[in-house]
Design a protein around this ligand. Structure first.
Ligand code: HEC
Ligand code: HEC
Length: 445
Protein backbone atom coordinates (compact mmCIF):
# COMPACT_ATOMS: atom_id res chain seq x y z
CA UNK A 1 0.00 0.00 0.00
CA UNK A 2 2.72 2.37 1.05
CA UNK A 3 4.68 1.53 -2.09
CA UNK A 4 1.68 2.52 -4.19
CA UNK A 5 1.47 5.93 -2.55
CA UNK A 6 5.13 6.58 -3.21
CA UNK A 7 4.67 5.53 -6.82
CA UNK A 8 1.58 7.71 -7.26
CA UNK A 9 3.41 10.65 -5.72
CA UNK A 10 6.28 10.32 -8.16
CA UNK A 11 3.96 10.01 -11.16
CA UNK A 12 1.96 13.11 -10.23
CA UNK A 13 5.15 15.03 -9.49
CA UNK A 14 6.50 14.29 -12.93
CA UNK A 15 3.19 15.23 -14.55
CA UNK A 16 3.00 18.50 -12.65
CA UNK A 17 6.57 19.38 -13.50
CA UNK A 18 5.92 18.77 -17.18
CA UNK A 19 2.92 21.08 -17.13
CA UNK A 20 4.90 23.86 -15.46
CA UNK A 21 2.69 23.63 -12.37
CA UNK A 22 3.24 26.76 -10.26
CA UNK A 23 4.07 24.53 -7.28
CA UNK A 24 7.00 23.04 -9.13
CA UNK A 25 8.40 25.71 -11.41
CA UNK A 26 7.14 29.16 -10.47
CA UNK A 27 10.16 30.86 -12.00
CA UNK A 28 9.63 29.16 -15.38
CA UNK A 29 5.99 30.17 -15.39
CA UNK A 30 6.78 33.76 -14.47
CA UNK A 31 9.52 33.99 -17.09
CA UNK A 32 7.31 32.48 -19.80
CA UNK A 33 4.65 35.09 -19.02
CA UNK A 34 7.15 37.96 -19.01
CA UNK A 35 8.62 36.93 -22.37
CA UNK A 36 5.18 36.42 -23.93
CA UNK A 37 4.24 39.89 -22.68
CA UNK A 38 7.04 41.62 -24.58
CA UNK A 39 7.10 39.34 -27.64
CA UNK A 40 5.85 40.94 -30.85
CA UNK A 41 3.71 37.89 -31.54
CA UNK A 42 2.53 37.44 -27.95
CA UNK A 43 4.37 34.12 -27.80
CA UNK A 44 7.82 33.29 -26.38
CA UNK A 45 8.35 31.25 -29.57
CA UNK A 46 9.06 34.54 -31.35
CA UNK A 47 12.53 34.47 -29.80
CA UNK A 48 13.39 30.93 -30.98
CA UNK A 49 16.12 31.13 -33.62
CA UNK A 50 15.68 28.76 -36.58
CA UNK A 51 17.99 25.83 -37.12
CA UNK A 52 20.93 26.68 -39.39
CA UNK A 53 19.82 24.04 -41.91
CA UNK A 54 16.19 25.12 -41.96
CA UNK A 55 16.66 27.63 -44.79
CA UNK A 56 12.95 28.30 -45.23
CA UNK A 57 12.83 29.84 -41.74
CA UNK A 58 15.98 32.01 -41.98
CA UNK A 59 15.49 35.66 -43.02
CA UNK A 60 17.02 36.22 -46.47
CA UNK A 61 16.57 38.40 -49.55
CA UNK A 62 14.98 37.33 -52.87
CA UNK A 63 18.14 38.15 -54.88
CA UNK A 64 20.14 35.64 -52.83
CA UNK A 65 18.12 32.60 -51.75
CA UNK A 66 20.05 30.31 -49.39
CA UNK A 67 21.45 27.09 -50.85
CA UNK A 68 23.87 24.48 -49.48
CA UNK A 69 26.39 25.28 -52.22
CA UNK A 70 26.51 29.00 -51.35
CA UNK A 71 26.75 28.36 -47.63
CA UNK A 72 29.54 25.83 -48.12
CA UNK A 73 31.53 28.24 -50.30
CA UNK A 74 30.92 31.20 -47.99
CA UNK A 75 32.06 29.12 -45.03
CA UNK A 76 35.51 28.90 -46.62
CA UNK A 77 35.75 32.38 -48.16
CA UNK A 78 35.11 34.08 -44.80
CA UNK A 79 38.30 32.46 -43.42
CA UNK A 80 40.43 32.32 -46.58
CA UNK A 81 43.63 34.32 -46.19
CA UNK A 82 44.83 33.60 -49.75
CA UNK A 83 42.65 36.38 -51.21
CA UNK A 84 44.34 39.09 -49.11
CA UNK A 85 46.47 40.23 -52.03
CA UNK A 86 45.65 43.93 -51.95
CA UNK A 87 47.75 44.43 -48.81
CA UNK A 88 49.53 47.80 -48.55
CA UNK A 89 52.93 46.17 -48.00
CA UNK A 90 54.30 42.83 -49.18
CA UNK A 91 54.71 41.72 -45.55
CA UNK A 92 50.91 41.76 -45.24
CA UNK A 93 50.18 39.75 -48.38
CA UNK A 94 47.79 36.81 -47.84
CA UNK A 95 47.95 37.08 -44.04
CA UNK A 96 44.40 38.20 -43.15
CA UNK A 97 40.72 37.40 -43.75
CA UNK A 98 37.24 38.51 -42.69
CA UNK A 99 37.72 36.43 -39.57
CA UNK A 100 40.80 38.44 -38.52
CA UNK A 101 38.28 40.88 -37.02
CA UNK A 102 35.31 38.50 -36.61
CA UNK A 103 37.01 35.76 -34.56
CA UNK A 104 34.77 32.70 -33.95
CA UNK A 105 36.33 31.95 -30.52
CA UNK A 106 35.49 35.51 -29.47
CA UNK A 107 31.83 35.43 -30.52
CA UNK A 108 32.79 36.66 -34.00
CA UNK A 109 34.22 39.87 -32.53
CA UNK A 110 37.95 40.75 -32.27
CA UNK A 111 38.54 40.30 -28.48
CA UNK A 112 40.48 43.55 -28.43
CA UNK A 113 39.34 47.18 -28.57
CA UNK A 114 39.65 47.30 -32.36
CA UNK A 115 39.83 44.85 -35.24
CA UNK A 116 42.92 45.13 -37.45
CA UNK A 117 43.35 42.98 -40.56
CA UNK A 118 45.99 44.23 -43.04
CA UNK A 119 48.76 45.98 -41.16
CA UNK A 120 48.83 43.78 -38.06
CA UNK A 121 50.36 40.46 -37.04
CA UNK A 122 49.75 37.88 -34.33
CA UNK A 123 46.61 36.30 -32.86
CA UNK A 124 47.08 35.30 -29.20
CA UNK A 125 44.47 32.77 -28.05
CA UNK A 126 41.39 34.43 -29.52
CA UNK A 127 42.44 37.62 -31.23
CA UNK A 128 43.77 39.68 -28.33
CA UNK A 129 47.40 39.19 -29.40
CA UNK A 130 47.18 41.15 -32.63
CA UNK A 131 49.52 44.14 -33.00
CA UNK A 132 50.34 46.81 -35.54
CA UNK A 133 53.26 46.13 -37.86
CA UNK A 134 56.04 48.73 -37.66
CA UNK A 135 56.31 49.14 -41.43
CA UNK A 136 52.68 50.27 -41.73
CA UNK A 137 51.82 53.92 -41.18
CA UNK A 138 48.74 54.34 -38.98
CA UNK A 139 46.58 55.55 -41.88
CA UNK A 140 47.60 52.50 -43.93
CA UNK A 141 45.99 50.10 -41.45
CA UNK A 142 42.75 48.31 -42.20
CA UNK A 143 41.18 49.40 -38.92
CA UNK A 144 37.87 51.26 -38.42
CA UNK A 145 36.70 53.78 -35.85
CA UNK A 146 34.25 51.41 -34.14
CA UNK A 147 34.56 47.96 -32.59
CA UNK A 148 33.51 45.24 -35.05
CA UNK A 149 29.95 44.05 -34.62
CA UNK A 150 29.41 40.34 -34.19
CA UNK A 151 28.14 38.55 -37.30
CA UNK A 152 26.15 36.09 -35.17
CA UNK A 153 22.40 36.05 -35.84
CA UNK A 154 23.02 38.73 -38.47
CA UNK A 155 20.20 37.34 -40.65
CA UNK A 156 17.93 39.57 -38.54
CA UNK A 157 19.85 42.72 -39.47
CA UNK A 158 18.03 44.42 -42.35
CA UNK A 159 20.30 47.49 -42.21
CA UNK A 160 23.83 46.63 -41.17
CA UNK A 161 26.55 48.58 -39.33
CA UNK A 162 26.27 50.54 -36.08
CA UNK A 163 24.70 53.35 -38.13
CA UNK A 164 22.45 51.11 -40.25
CA UNK A 165 23.90 52.58 -43.46
CA UNK A 166 23.69 49.43 -45.59
CA UNK A 167 20.57 47.87 -47.06
CA UNK A 168 18.13 49.70 -49.33
CA UNK A 169 15.02 48.73 -47.40
CA UNK A 170 13.82 48.81 -43.78
CA UNK A 171 14.91 51.95 -41.94
CA UNK A 172 16.74 53.27 -45.01
CA UNK A 173 13.64 53.90 -47.10
CA UNK A 174 13.63 57.68 -47.61
CA UNK A 175 17.36 58.15 -46.99
CA UNK A 176 18.38 57.76 -50.66
CA UNK A 177 19.84 61.28 -50.84
CA UNK A 178 22.75 60.34 -48.54
CA UNK A 179 23.60 56.94 -50.06
CA UNK A 180 27.19 56.99 -51.20
CA UNK A 181 27.55 60.57 -49.91
CA UNK A 182 28.06 60.44 -46.13
CA UNK A 183 29.29 56.88 -45.63
CA UNK A 184 31.78 55.42 -48.10
CA UNK A 185 30.41 52.43 -49.97
CA UNK A 186 26.76 52.96 -49.00
CA UNK A 187 26.05 53.84 -52.65
CA UNK A 188 25.89 50.07 -53.17
CA UNK A 189 22.36 50.35 -51.74
CA UNK A 190 21.28 51.56 -55.19
CA UNK A 191 22.07 48.08 -56.55
CA UNK A 192 19.05 46.81 -54.61
CA UNK A 193 20.81 43.87 -52.95
CA UNK A 194 20.12 42.99 -49.31
CA UNK A 195 22.02 44.71 -46.51
CA UNK A 196 24.62 41.96 -46.14
CA UNK A 197 24.89 41.15 -49.83
CA UNK A 198 25.57 44.81 -50.69
CA UNK A 199 27.74 45.58 -47.68
CA UNK A 200 30.00 42.58 -48.14
CA UNK A 201 30.84 43.54 -51.75
CA UNK A 202 32.19 46.78 -50.31
CA UNK A 203 33.66 44.86 -47.37
CA UNK A 204 35.79 42.70 -49.66
CA UNK A 205 37.21 45.88 -51.22
CA UNK A 206 37.75 47.76 -47.95
CA UNK A 207 39.42 44.72 -46.41
CA UNK A 208 41.74 44.28 -49.41
CA UNK A 209 40.44 40.86 -50.40
CA UNK A 210 40.47 40.30 -54.16
CA UNK A 211 38.29 37.76 -55.93
CA UNK A 212 39.02 37.16 -59.61
CA UNK A 213 38.93 34.18 -62.01
CA UNK A 214 42.70 33.59 -61.75
CA UNK A 215 42.82 33.40 -57.94
CA UNK A 216 39.60 31.38 -57.80
CA UNK A 217 41.03 28.86 -60.28
CA UNK A 218 44.49 28.77 -58.71
CA UNK A 219 43.28 27.93 -55.20
CA UNK A 220 40.70 25.39 -56.37
CA UNK A 221 37.52 27.35 -55.68
CA UNK A 222 36.20 27.21 -59.27
CA UNK A 223 33.99 24.11 -58.85
CA UNK A 224 32.52 25.65 -55.68
CA UNK A 225 31.60 28.91 -57.45
CA UNK A 226 30.19 26.86 -60.36
CA UNK A 227 28.02 24.82 -58.00
CA UNK A 228 26.86 27.91 -56.09
CA UNK A 229 26.15 30.16 -59.07
CA UNK A 230 25.25 27.97 -62.08
CA UNK A 231 22.87 30.63 -63.42
CA UNK A 232 25.38 33.49 -63.33
CA UNK A 233 27.11 33.92 -66.73
CA UNK A 234 30.70 32.65 -66.52
CA UNK A 235 32.15 36.09 -67.21
CA UNK A 236 30.54 37.36 -63.98
CA UNK A 237 30.79 34.22 -61.85
CA UNK A 238 34.13 34.70 -60.07
CA UNK A 239 33.85 38.19 -58.60
CA UNK A 240 33.44 40.06 -55.34
CA UNK A 241 29.70 40.10 -56.00
CA UNK A 242 29.29 36.32 -56.10
CA UNK A 243 31.78 35.94 -53.24
CA UNK A 244 29.71 38.41 -51.21
CA UNK A 245 26.52 36.48 -51.95
CA UNK A 246 28.14 33.22 -50.79
CA UNK A 247 29.58 34.83 -47.65
CA UNK A 248 26.23 36.49 -46.88
CA UNK A 249 24.42 33.17 -47.27
CA UNK A 250 26.88 31.59 -44.82
CA UNK A 251 26.58 34.48 -42.34
CA UNK A 252 22.78 34.13 -42.36
CA UNK A 253 23.18 30.59 -41.01
CA UNK A 254 25.26 31.67 -37.96
CA UNK A 255 22.48 31.16 -35.42
CA UNK A 256 23.08 30.61 -31.71
CA UNK A 257 20.51 27.83 -31.40
CA UNK A 258 22.38 25.88 -28.71
CA UNK A 259 22.51 28.69 -26.14
CA UNK A 260 20.86 27.71 -22.82
CA UNK A 261 18.16 30.37 -23.30
CA UNK A 262 17.32 28.91 -26.74
CA UNK A 263 17.13 25.39 -25.33
CA UNK A 264 14.93 26.65 -22.48
CA UNK A 265 12.60 28.35 -24.99
CA UNK A 266 12.35 25.04 -26.84
CA UNK A 267 11.12 23.30 -23.69
CA UNK A 268 14.23 22.13 -21.80
CA UNK A 269 13.31 23.55 -18.41
CA UNK A 270 16.67 22.89 -16.80
CA UNK A 271 18.81 24.24 -19.67
CA UNK A 272 19.18 27.49 -17.71
CA UNK A 273 20.28 27.74 -14.07
CA UNK A 274 18.05 29.47 -11.52
CA UNK A 275 20.41 32.41 -11.58
CA UNK A 276 20.16 32.72 -15.39
CA UNK A 277 16.37 32.48 -15.21
CA UNK A 278 16.22 35.26 -12.61
CA UNK A 279 18.53 37.32 -14.86
CA UNK A 280 16.27 36.69 -17.86
CA UNK A 281 13.27 37.77 -15.80
CA UNK A 282 15.00 41.07 -15.06
CA UNK A 283 15.96 41.46 -18.73
CA UNK A 284 12.38 40.96 -19.90
CA UNK A 285 10.92 42.85 -16.96
CA UNK A 286 12.14 45.20 -14.26
CA UNK A 287 15.49 46.13 -15.89
CA UNK A 288 13.71 47.17 -19.12
CA UNK A 289 16.34 45.77 -21.49
CA UNK A 290 13.56 44.39 -23.72
CA UNK A 291 12.52 47.96 -24.57
CA UNK A 292 15.35 48.05 -27.11
CA UNK A 293 16.69 44.47 -27.27
CA UNK A 294 13.47 42.90 -28.54
CA UNK A 295 13.99 41.09 -31.85
CA UNK A 296 14.87 37.37 -32.14
CA UNK A 297 18.63 38.17 -32.05
CA UNK A 298 17.96 40.27 -28.92
CA UNK A 299 19.03 43.39 -30.81
CA UNK A 300 16.73 45.57 -32.91
CA UNK A 301 16.62 47.81 -35.93
CA UNK A 302 16.25 50.94 -33.81
CA UNK A 303 18.82 53.57 -32.83
CA UNK A 304 19.46 55.05 -29.39
CA UNK A 305 22.04 57.20 -27.63
CA UNK A 306 23.43 55.72 -24.42
CA UNK A 307 26.28 58.22 -24.35
CA UNK A 308 29.08 55.64 -24.31
CA UNK A 309 32.69 56.56 -25.08
CA UNK A 310 34.31 56.49 -28.53
CA UNK A 311 37.24 54.42 -29.74
CA UNK A 312 39.66 57.35 -30.25
CA UNK A 313 39.48 58.06 -26.51
CA UNK A 314 41.08 54.76 -25.55
CA UNK A 315 43.79 54.46 -28.17
CA UNK A 316 41.91 53.30 -31.28
CA UNK A 317 44.12 53.66 -34.35
CA UNK A 318 43.22 55.42 -37.58
CA UNK A 319 40.33 57.27 -35.89
CA UNK A 320 39.86 60.62 -34.16
CA UNK A 321 37.36 62.91 -32.48
CA UNK A 322 36.20 63.87 -36.01
CA UNK A 323 35.48 60.30 -37.16
CA UNK A 324 32.01 60.21 -38.75
CA UNK A 325 31.43 56.87 -37.01
CA UNK A 326 31.30 58.64 -33.62
CA UNK A 327 28.04 60.24 -34.73
CA UNK A 328 26.20 56.94 -35.11
CA UNK A 329 23.04 57.06 -37.22
CA UNK A 330 23.42 60.84 -37.54
CA UNK A 331 26.74 60.44 -39.35
CA UNK A 332 24.82 58.62 -42.08
CA UNK A 333 21.51 60.52 -42.30
CA UNK A 334 22.90 63.95 -41.14
CA UNK A 335 19.59 64.48 -39.31
CA UNK A 336 20.02 66.26 -35.94
CA UNK A 337 17.65 63.83 -34.19
CA UNK A 338 19.84 60.85 -35.25
CA UNK A 339 23.09 62.23 -33.82
CA UNK A 340 24.96 59.85 -31.45
CA UNK A 341 22.32 57.16 -31.85
CA UNK A 342 23.62 53.63 -32.46
CA UNK A 343 21.87 50.49 -33.60
CA UNK A 344 20.83 48.05 -30.87
CA UNK A 345 23.29 45.14 -31.25
CA UNK A 346 22.51 41.43 -30.85
CA UNK A 347 23.45 39.94 -27.47
CA UNK A 348 24.45 36.32 -28.05
CA UNK A 349 27.91 34.97 -27.16
CA UNK A 350 29.14 38.15 -25.54
CA UNK A 351 30.43 35.79 -22.85
CA UNK A 352 33.16 34.72 -25.27
CA UNK A 353 34.98 37.95 -24.46
CA UNK A 354 34.86 41.73 -24.34
CA UNK A 355 35.27 44.57 -24.83
CA UNK A 356 31.77 45.99 -25.18
CA UNK A 357 29.96 48.97 -26.80
CA UNK A 358 30.83 50.65 -30.13
CA UNK A 359 33.86 52.39 -28.64
CA UNK A 360 34.99 49.37 -26.56
CA UNK A 361 34.68 51.49 -23.43
CA UNK A 362 33.82 48.54 -21.15
CA UNK A 363 36.03 45.51 -20.67
CA UNK A 364 33.71 43.29 -18.65
CA UNK A 365 30.01 42.49 -18.59
CA UNK A 366 29.90 43.58 -14.95
CA UNK A 367 30.92 47.09 -16.08
CA UNK A 368 28.21 47.03 -18.77
CA UNK A 369 25.52 46.05 -16.27
CA UNK A 370 26.75 48.72 -13.84
CA UNK A 371 26.63 51.29 -16.65
CA UNK A 372 22.97 50.49 -17.36
CA UNK A 373 22.16 50.34 -13.64
CA UNK A 374 23.73 53.72 -12.91
CA UNK A 375 22.18 55.34 -16.00
CA UNK A 376 24.81 58.08 -16.22
CA UNK A 377 26.21 58.85 -19.72
CA UNK A 378 30.03 58.81 -19.88
CA UNK A 379 30.54 60.73 -23.15
CA UNK A 380 30.37 64.48 -22.51
CA UNK A 381 30.11 65.22 -26.23
CA UNK A 382 26.63 63.67 -26.40
CA UNK A 383 24.02 66.35 -25.56
CA UNK A 384 21.74 65.16 -22.75
CA UNK A 385 18.67 65.85 -24.92
CA UNK A 386 19.86 63.05 -27.23
CA UNK A 387 20.14 60.42 -24.48
CA UNK A 388 17.37 57.81 -24.62
CA UNK A 389 14.62 58.29 -22.01
CA UNK A 390 14.95 54.53 -21.38
CA UNK A 391 18.51 55.04 -20.13
CA UNK A 392 18.10 55.95 -16.45
CA UNK A 393 19.09 54.54 -13.03
CA UNK A 394 17.56 51.08 -12.51
CA UNK A 395 18.07 50.50 -8.77
CA UNK A 396 19.03 46.85 -9.19
CA UNK A 397 20.50 45.18 -6.08
CA UNK A 398 23.95 43.61 -6.28
CA UNK A 399 22.47 40.13 -6.51
CA UNK A 400 20.09 41.24 -9.28
CA UNK A 401 23.05 42.66 -11.18
CA UNK A 402 24.85 39.31 -10.81
CA UNK A 403 21.80 37.44 -12.10
CA UNK A 404 21.55 39.72 -15.13
CA UNK A 405 25.26 39.36 -15.79
CA UNK A 406 24.99 35.58 -15.58
CA UNK A 407 22.07 35.51 -18.05
CA UNK A 408 24.06 37.62 -20.53
CA UNK A 409 27.37 35.78 -20.12
CA UNK A 410 26.16 32.17 -19.92
CA UNK A 411 22.42 32.02 -20.65
CA UNK A 412 22.96 33.58 -24.07
CA UNK A 413 26.18 31.72 -24.85
CA UNK A 414 26.11 29.00 -27.51
CA UNK A 415 29.01 26.76 -26.43
CA UNK A 416 29.40 25.03 -29.78
CA UNK A 417 30.14 27.70 -32.40
CA UNK A 418 32.94 25.55 -33.80
CA UNK A 419 30.28 23.79 -35.87
CA UNK A 420 30.24 26.91 -38.05
CA UNK A 421 34.02 26.96 -38.61
CA UNK A 422 35.57 24.98 -41.49
CA UNK A 423 38.28 22.36 -40.83
CA UNK A 424 40.44 23.90 -43.53
CA UNK A 425 40.33 26.35 -46.42
CA UNK A 426 41.29 25.27 -49.94
CA UNK A 427 44.61 27.14 -50.02
CA UNK A 428 45.65 25.18 -46.93
CA UNK A 429 46.75 28.48 -45.40
CA UNK A 430 46.40 29.23 -41.72
CA UNK A 431 43.31 31.17 -40.58
CA UNK A 432 41.98 33.55 -39.23
CA UNK A 433 45.50 34.96 -39.86
CA UNK A 434 48.48 33.67 -41.77
CA UNK A 435 51.53 35.70 -40.64
CA UNK A 436 54.35 33.78 -38.91
CA UNK A 437 53.42 34.91 -35.38
CA UNK A 438 49.74 34.03 -35.92
CA UNK A 439 50.70 30.64 -37.34
CA UNK A 440 52.61 29.90 -34.15
CA UNK A 441 49.81 31.27 -31.93
CA UNK A 442 47.12 29.27 -33.74
CA UNK A 443 49.20 26.12 -33.94
CA UNK A 444 49.42 25.94 -37.73
CA UNK A 445 53.12 25.14 -37.50
C1 HEC B 1 39.58 45.29 -40.04
C2 HEC B 1 38.56 44.57 -39.33
C3 HEC B 1 37.44 43.96 -40.13
C4 HEC B 1 37.53 43.04 -41.14
C5 HEC B 1 38.76 42.47 -41.77
C6 HEC B 1 36.17 42.71 -41.50
N1 HEC B 1 35.29 43.40 -40.71
FE1 HEC B 1 33.28 43.21 -40.71
N2 HEC B 1 33.13 44.75 -39.39
C7 HEC B 1 34.19 45.42 -38.86
C8 HEC B 1 33.71 46.58 -38.12
C9 HEC B 1 34.56 47.61 -37.40
C10 HEC B 1 32.31 46.56 -38.24
C11 HEC B 1 31.35 47.61 -37.68
C12 HEC B 1 31.56 48.88 -38.47
C13 HEC B 1 30.57 49.96 -38.14
O1 HEC B 1 29.39 49.68 -38.03
O2 HEC B 1 31.00 51.13 -37.97
C14 HEC B 1 31.97 45.40 -39.04
C15 HEC B 1 30.69 45.01 -39.36
C16 HEC B 1 30.39 43.92 -40.17
C17 HEC B 1 29.05 43.50 -40.47
C18 HEC B 1 27.77 44.15 -40.00
C19 HEC B 1 27.14 43.42 -38.86
C20 HEC B 1 25.92 44.12 -38.36
O3 HEC B 1 25.30 43.64 -37.41
O4 HEC B 1 25.56 45.18 -38.89
C21 HEC B 1 29.16 42.42 -41.31
C22 HEC B 1 28.02 41.65 -41.95
C23 HEC B 1 30.56 42.19 -41.54
N3 HEC B 1 31.28 43.11 -40.80
C24 HEC B 1 31.06 41.21 -42.37
C25 HEC B 1 32.40 41.15 -42.75
C26 HEC B 1 32.90 40.36 -43.86
C27 HEC B 1 32.06 39.48 -44.76
C28 HEC B 1 34.24 40.57 -43.93
C29 HEC B 1 35.21 40.06 -44.97
C30 HEC B 1 34.89 40.46 -46.33
C31 HEC B 1 34.56 41.47 -42.84
N4 HEC B 1 33.42 41.81 -42.16
C32 HEC B 1 35.85 41.86 -42.53
C33 HEC B 1 35.52 45.09 -38.96
C34 HEC B 1 36.02 44.19 -39.89
C1 HEC C 1 17.40 52.63 -24.93
C2 HEC C 1 17.60 51.34 -25.58
C3 HEC C 1 18.36 50.30 -24.80
C4 HEC C 1 18.07 49.76 -23.58
C5 HEC C 1 16.88 50.07 -22.67
C6 HEC C 1 19.09 48.79 -23.31
N1 HEC C 1 19.99 48.74 -24.33
FE1 HEC C 1 21.61 47.57 -24.45
N2 HEC C 1 22.25 48.63 -26.04
C7 HEC C 1 21.52 49.58 -26.71
C8 HEC C 1 22.35 50.21 -27.71
C9 HEC C 1 21.92 51.30 -28.67
C10 HEC C 1 23.62 49.60 -27.60
C11 HEC C 1 24.87 50.00 -28.39
C12 HEC C 1 25.40 51.26 -27.71
C13 HEC C 1 26.72 51.74 -28.26
O1 HEC C 1 27.67 50.94 -28.31
O2 HEC C 1 26.79 52.93 -28.60
C14 HEC C 1 23.51 48.60 -26.55
C15 HEC C 1 24.55 47.76 -26.17
C16 HEC C 1 24.42 46.77 -25.23
C17 HEC C 1 25.46 45.81 -24.92
C18 HEC C 1 26.83 45.73 -25.57
C19 HEC C 1 26.79 44.87 -26.80
C20 HEC C 1 28.08 44.89 -27.58
O3 HEC C 1 28.14 44.22 -28.63
O4 HEC C 1 29.03 45.57 -27.20
C21 HEC C 1 24.96 45.00 -23.94
C22 HEC C 1 25.66 43.83 -23.30
C23 HEC C 1 23.63 45.47 -23.64
N3 HEC C 1 23.33 46.53 -24.45
C24 HEC C 1 22.81 44.92 -22.67
C25 HEC C 1 21.69 45.57 -22.20
C26 HEC C 1 21.04 45.24 -20.94
C27 HEC C 1 21.46 44.12 -20.02
C28 HEC C 1 20.02 46.12 -20.80
C29 HEC C 1 19.06 46.23 -19.64
C30 HEC C 1 19.68 46.55 -18.37
C31 HEC C 1 20.04 46.99 -21.94
N4 HEC C 1 21.05 46.64 -22.76
C32 HEC C 1 19.14 48.04 -22.15
C33 HEC C 1 20.22 49.95 -26.44
C34 HEC C 1 19.58 49.66 -25.25
Amino acid sequence: MRKFYVFAFIVTSVLFACQHDPLWAPLDIELTRAIAGVSRTGSPGYFILPDARDYSQIPQVPVNPLTDAKVELGKMLFYETAFGVEAKHTSGMATFSCSSCHVPEAGFRPHRIQGIADGAYGFGTKGEGRNKRLEYAEQELDAQGTRPLSVLNVAYVTNSMWNGSFGPEGVNVGTEDVWGVTIAGSGVNFEGYGSLEGQNIEGLKVHRLLINPELVEFYGYKPYFDAAFPDVPEAERYTRTTASFAISAYLRTLLCTEAPFQRWLKGEDDAMTEEQKRGALLFFGKAGCYRCHNEPNLGSMTFHALGVGDLYEIGGLNTSVDDVRNLGRGGFTTKPEDMFRFRVPQLYNLGDGGPYFHGSSKNTMREVVEYFNNGIPENSRVPSAQISPFFHPLDLSLSEQSDLEEFLLEGLRDPNLQRYVPDHVLSGFCFPNNDPQSRRDIGCE
